[in-house]
Write a protein that binds this ligand. Structure first.
Ligand code: ME8
Length: 524
């Protein structure tokens, strides 16, 4: 057994239904969990929804619903979407759960008692889209929030403040001692730059005169908790933390916390890389083990976002093209950590070149030849030559390369090496021409050697692809005659060759070619 792993997505705001950007981060979590299981690691995967705060109260009001009624509906929509897309978090955490409310209040009271929270007044520039005050440098040249394209609201209030500065040096030390605590590395640099300057106190309350939809402060009922202070604590709540002193935390999975990986988008780097570790240190806990930061999916050059209204509906993409192409495109086309553009054309082109014409075609041409010429059974490996062994040596290099790229959060590169290996196999078939060998009875042994080599290669590919292409992997395995597979294909199975004489299953149609709908935005 490897080390256990705790994976989290952000707790998404429930002010509107999920879009492709949310689906991406959740898909990544699902993929990483499957991959971890393949590596023999225990893995707990948390997704959830952030349900308090002003933005959500406003959306509920617009919808003519009570906040609770509204968040119940939208949270169900998030959960339902993940289910539909085949994404399976172990828990769908909601910040409106009574146990979470209690946890936040316990934690706040402790921080107050230990002198980390003070009462004061403040004037600042607030972005409601971000639900946070932005510093003077954090507005674009037009004076707008770069993520939400909205002007600042000047807010002056008496509020409670958390002393982040007290924990700044310790946070810096943590990052300096854990150079992979934030990946890709350029986000670590950004975080270190934010932490090199003294930190202003963090405003952690909102007066009930302005907003009531939040967790009441345990020490002053005229205030509710700032939504970020509330939502970040979900990551601990998901592991059974209750906010009490650590010695009394009986069911908290401390071991999983030590292996925590938060998947986030770059829009919430500051809250996760600066606010969150200071909160954790104040509570006597270590910062999260790793933040993995994705760039934005863009449409027409702008961040896809609920507030900009330029979103792609993941359900629509799924309904037109299916889950496998959806998973593959998102994981393959976004260079992890930088922005990527979504277009229907690039989607179809990627799926056709690397799924239909790639692994799909490779599997179907090989398996069809075995069915036609070798009585649909795995042939003997007795007559293989150097060319065959050279191919397998290349293919055998894939699992370690793929795993290494996954470990370094270079998912797109891992998939590129998968696609390259498929292309190498294709070249091997084109060079060895088994369809010509099949016409000459004198070449029977050579034909068996070539097709047997290809079955070995496909068997390895079927294991490597499982975390990203689970359905195709399953179909390919049964076509290769593996009838007793466990649900999780352990990574060691990449070394298992199909056994001589094993009958193959039906030739699968793994990935049919996709057609671009005339007007995809109007299709569903
Ligand atoms: O920030 N491209 O929730 P949120 C890629 N409630 N990823 C995107 C994206 C895009 N265009 N748009 C959104 C919040 N995301 C807080 C989080 S956590 C304690 C509280 C993904 O609904 C990405 O992961 O605005 C981003 O960080 C997250 O959704 C923001 O979701």
């Amino acid at each position: 057994m490897g080390k256990p792993l705790y994976i989290t997505t952000p707790l998404y705001y429930v002010n509107a239904k999920p879009h492709l950007g949310h689906a991406y981060t959740t898909l990544l979590g699902d993929t990483l969990k499957s991959f971890a299981l393949q590596q023999g690691r225990e893995c707990f995967f948390l997704a959830g929804t952030d349900e308090h705060g002003e933005k959500i109260a406003q959306s509920a009001e617009k919808a003519g619903k009570s906040p609770m009624e509204f968040v119940d509906e939208v949270a169900a929509l998030f959960e339902g979407t993940w289910k539909l897309l085949g994404l399976n978090p172990d828990i769908s955490y909601r910040t409106t759960r009574p146990s979470h409310i209690k946890l936040v209040q316990e934690a706040l009271q402790r921080l107050k008692d230990q002198g980390d929270i003070r009462f004061s007044s403040y004037t600042g520039k607030y972005c409601l889209g971000c639900e946070r005050f932005r510093t003077d440098q954090e507005w674009d040249e037009k004076g707008l929030c770069p993520d939400h394209q909205r002007p600042p609201e000047i807010r002056e209030e008496s509020n409670y403040f958390f002393n982040m500065e007290k924990y700044r040096q310790k946070t810096l030390e943590y990052y300096r001692g854990h150079s992979d605590a934030i990946v890709p590395h350029h986000y670590m640099k950004e975080a270190l730059a934010m932490l090199e300057e003294p930190l202003e106190d963090l405003c952690i309350s909102r007066p009930t005169s302005r907003i009531t939809w939040g967790i009441p402060l345990p020490f002053d009922r005229n205030y509710v908790t700032y939504v970020w202070f509330d939502a970040l604590l979900s990551y601990l709540g998901g592991l059974g933390y209750t906010g009490r002193p650590l010695a009394e935390e009986k069911s908290f999975r401390h071991d999983l916390w030590g292996q925590s990986q938060h998947l986030i988008g770059k829009d919430i780097l500051k809250t996760h890389a600066v606010y969150w570790p200071t909160m954790l240190l104040a509570l006597g806990l270590e910062p999260a083990r790793q933040l993995q930061v994705n760039g934005f999916w863009l449409t027409a050059g702008l961040k896809m976002s609920k507030s900009l209204g330029n979103v792609v509906d993941p359900v629509k993409v799924y309904e037109i093209f299916g889950a496998e192409a959806f998973r593959y495109f998102l994981m393959r086309d976004m260079s992890y950590g930088v922005d990527a553009s979504f277009t229907w054309e690039s989607f179809v082109s990627r799926a056709n070149s690397e799924l239909a014409n790639g692994i799909g075609n490779l599997a179907s041409r090989t398996l069809t030849l075995v069915h036609k010429n070798l009585e649909a059974r795995v042939p003997s490996a007795a007559h293989r030559n150097d060319e065959d062994r050279a191919l397998l040596a290349k293919v055998d290099g894939l699992p370690s390369k793929f795993a290494e790229e996954f470990a370094n959060a270079r998912y797109h590169v891992a998939l590129a090496s998968f696609a390259e290996t498929v292309a190498t196999c294709d070249r091997y078939i084109n060079d060895t021409k088994p369809w010509s060998l099949a016409k000459d009875p004198a070449q029977k042994d050579r034909l068996a050697a070539v097709l047997g080599t290809m079955l070995d290669a496909l068997s390895l590919l079927s294991v490597v692809m499982q975390s990203v292409l689970p359905e195709g992997s399953r179909k390919l395995r049964s076509a290769l005659g593996f009838t007793n597979d466990p649900e999780v294909l352990a990574w060691e199975l990449t070394g298992l060759r199909p056994k001589e004489g094993t009958p193959l299953g039906e030739v699968p149609r793994l990935y049919p070619r996709l057609e671009l709908p005339k007007d995809p935005d109007a299709t569903v």
